[in-house]
Each structure stands twice: as structure tokens, then as C-alpha cells.
Write a protein that binds this ligand. Structure first.
Ligand code: ADP
Ligand code: MG
Length: 356
């Protein structure tokens, strides 16, 4: 495997007694669209700022293309940052905003204009170069900020919640455009968001962050379907968490007792350990369990069934133990009405054993 473009080794950042980042080890490959995903305060901006050089790590190392840039200032790094508020010059034209970085690099005016106009066309703003920023919509400003960042051809583009200020429809459209742009220019993107849906829409690799630590790293499909930890399972979409106790361990498989049943799942744990399991709502099925590879979860009583367009979301609880609650995604035609008692099952292979 080729050497990673960006390498973070044992990065730690403290503010007095507060640990903003701890034990951050992360490799980013050339050309990847990486998304840092986590709740507010989890350390996303701090990590991005350490990559961009705006914040100095308390300890640890940042390498880009194998060179140690830990102490290198932002302007001397092969990175460009798009800040949350875009930091555009409101009275200047879109063209001059985009050309700003080139002016700093002493690119002559005519070439600056030509490259700025070309870059504006790349982000879908052809012909708007003479407009002042204050005359542009939120989505258009966001595009100017992108154009200004990529015109200087960084190795790594760092984006801090760049779509946070846009309304939902424009945000979805910009997500799509960002992915297209990234594919076209093949620049490595590191994009921050707290929105798991956005992360799934755009990421090649999702880095799930919680309280200054990395909880999970992987393609969105893997992180959603096989979350590594309890935090990842609950943050990356809806899920059912089941408590269990390990009764036997056989290599990579463990036997567990839960309130609903006993079952065998893949994973590693110690005999006697209290663990959590995750089952996504769409992996629960109502009715009789088929013979093979299925685990009956007993009778459930449906408490609500809400139509959501592509599916219905049901809430239910186990009949034997009403404290065990379930969320179940059903097809739109589902007749699982509130008050009904039904059998429920899950495929054994869909149950995920989580790290606490
Ligand atoms: P996120 O971007 O995920 O919301 P941040 O990286 O901004 O999180 O912050 C991580 C933690 O570090 C938070 O607890 C925040 O309050 C703290 N923090 C960030 N910057 C500073 C600073 N300059 N001084 C003190 N604490 C800070
Ligand atoms: Mg932030």
C-alpha cells in the first residue's frame, strides 16, 4: 500500500484541564473524500485546525506527503481551509475573492482573472464574476468560497461545516455538487459535519468522533451496518440497543443471554462480560421466523406506526418485558397497527456486537 497523504500520529490537544483531542491516529489516502462526523464539542474543528495549521497540537505529529508539518504555518502547508462562515470579502467581487489567494502568490492580474473566471465556471457560477459577494445568495457564496479554495490547487482541502448555513434543499444539492467536484479535481477533501445523513451522502471514509476521540473509521456502509462502538451505532442513524451477558466464547463467536432470548453472534468478548448489541430498525422483521439463520425475538406489542413516505416507523415493546422497547422500519404497506401483538425476528448475521 502506498504511503498515506496525511498521517496523524498520537495527536493530543488540551486547553488547560480540558482534553479537546486525545490519542488521534488517522491516515488519509490521496483522493479520498473524508468526513469528520460527531456531535458539537467532539473535537472536529480542533482536528481540522490542526491539519490546517491554525491550531498547534499539544503533542503528536502531523505528516503531509511524508513531511512533518506539525510546526509549519498555514500558508506554507499544501492545505486550504474553507471556514464555517466562508470568510469572504463582502464588498469585493466574486472574481476578486477567488483571485485573492493567487494575488497573495503574486500571480499577474490578467492570469488571475482568467483562472478565477474558469474556477467560477467550475463551481457553476459562470458569468457572475463581477457580482459583489453581498449580491449573491447563500448557496452562491458557498460556491465562491469553494472556488477561492481550489483555485490555488491545494493537496488537501479542509472544509468546516461548509453547508451548515444552507437550507435543506440547497444543502442536498451542494452535497451532490461537492462530490462531483471532488471526483473531477481529485483533490483530497476533509469535510466536517455533525449531520450523519450528510456524511453518508458524501463520504468515502467517515471518521466518527466523540469527546475528543475517534470512535470508528470506515466507509459509510460499514460504519452504518457494522458499527464498532455503542456511540457509533446510536449516532449513525436509528438503532435498537440490546443489553446482554456473555455466557460462552468460541473463537470469533460469542454466546449471549439477553432479556428476549439467547443467541450467538460474531465478535470477541470475555465470558461474563456485560455487552451491547445493535440491530437496525430495518433489520427487524414481523411474523414467523424462517428456519435458517434467523433468531426469534418473541412477541412484541406495537405501540405506534407512523407513515414516513418510503417506509413506516413502528414503536413496540416486548410482551414478556414491556421495558424492552423496539423501533422497527416497515414497508409503507405494513399493517402493523398500534395494539397488535406480533412475532418478531432478526437475521443472526445482522446483529452487531458493540465495543462500549
Ligand atoms: P466541534 O467542532 O466538534 O464542535 P471543537 O473542536 O470546536 O468541537 O471543540 C472541542 C472542545 O474543545 C470543546 O469542548 C471546546 O469547547 C473546546 N475548545 C475548542 N477551542 C477552544 C479554545 N480555543 N479554548 C478552550 N477550549 C476550546
Ligand atoms: Mg466545529
Amino acid at each position: 500500500m502506498t504511503e498515506a497523504l496525511v498521517q496523524l500520529a498520537d495527536v493530543r490537544k488540551t486547553y488547560g484541564a480540558l482534553v479537546a483531542l486525545d490519542n488521534i491516529n488517522l491516515d488519509i489516502q490521496q483522493g479520498q473524500f473524508v468526513v469528520l462526523l460527531g456531535p458539537s464539542g467532539s473535537g472536529k474543528t480542533t482536528l481540522l485546525s490542526i491539519l490546517g495549521g491554525f491550531v498547534e497540537a499539544t503533542s503528536g505529529q502531523v505528516l503531509i506527503e511524508g513531511a512533518d508539518v506539525t510546526a509549519v504555518p498555514p500558508a506554507q502547508r499544501p492545505t486550504v481551509t474553507v471556514f464555517q462562515d466562508y470568510a469572504l470579502f463582502p464588498h469585493m467581487t466574486a472574481r476578486d475573492n477567488v483571485g485573492f489567494g493567487l494575488a497573495m502568490r503574486k500571480v499577474p492580474k490578467a492570469e488571475r482573472h482568467r483562472r478565477a473566471e474558469a474556477m467560477l465556471a467550475t463551481v457553476g457560477l459562470e458569468g457572475l464574476g463581477a457580482r459583489r459577494i453581498e449580491q449573491l445568495s447563500g448557496g452562491q457564496r458557498q460556491r465562491v468560497a469553494l472556488a477561492r479554495a481550489i483555485v490555488v490547487e491545494p493537496k488537501v482541502l479542509l472544509l468546516d461545516e461548509p453547508l451548515g448555513a444552507l437550507d435543506l434543499k440547497i444543502r442536498r444539492q451542494m452535497q451532490e455538487e461537492l462530490v462531483q467536484l471532488q471526483r473531477r479535481i481529485e483533490t483530497t477533501f476533509v469535510h466536517v459535519t455533525h449531520d450523519q445523513e450528510e456524511a453518508m451522502n458524501i463520504a468515502d471514509v467517515v471518521v466518527v468522533m466523540n469527546a475528543g476521540r475517534i470512535e470508528d473509521v470506515g466507509p459509510p456502509e460499514r460504519v452504518y451496518l457494522r458499527p464498532a462502538s455503542l456511540f457509533t451505532a446510536t449516532f449513525m442513524g436509528d438503532t435498537n440497543i440490546i443489553s446482554g451477558r456473555v455466557t460462552e466464547v468460541h473463537g470469533e463467536r460469542v454466546k449471549l443471554e439477553t432479556a428476549a432470548c439467547s443467541l450467538v453472534v460474531e465478535g470477541t468478548a470475555q465470558t461474563g462480560a456485560d455487552v451491547h448489541l445493535s440491530i437496525r430498525p430495518e433489520q427487524l422483521y414481523l411474523g414467523d421466523a424462517p428456519e435458517a439463520n434467523a433468531i426469534a425475538l418473541g412477541d412484541i406489542s406495537v405501540t405506534s406506526n407512523v407513515f414516513q413516505g418510503p417506509n413506516r416507523l413502528c414503536h413496540a415493546h416486548s410482551v414478556d418485558d414491556p421495558t424492552v422497547q423496539w423501533i422497527i422500519r416497515q414497508p409503507p404497506e405494513s399493517t402493523a397497527a398500534a395494539g397488535l401483538v406480533m412475532k418478531m425476528w432478526v437475521r443472526q448475521s445482522d446483529i452487531v456486537l458493540l465495543r462500549d
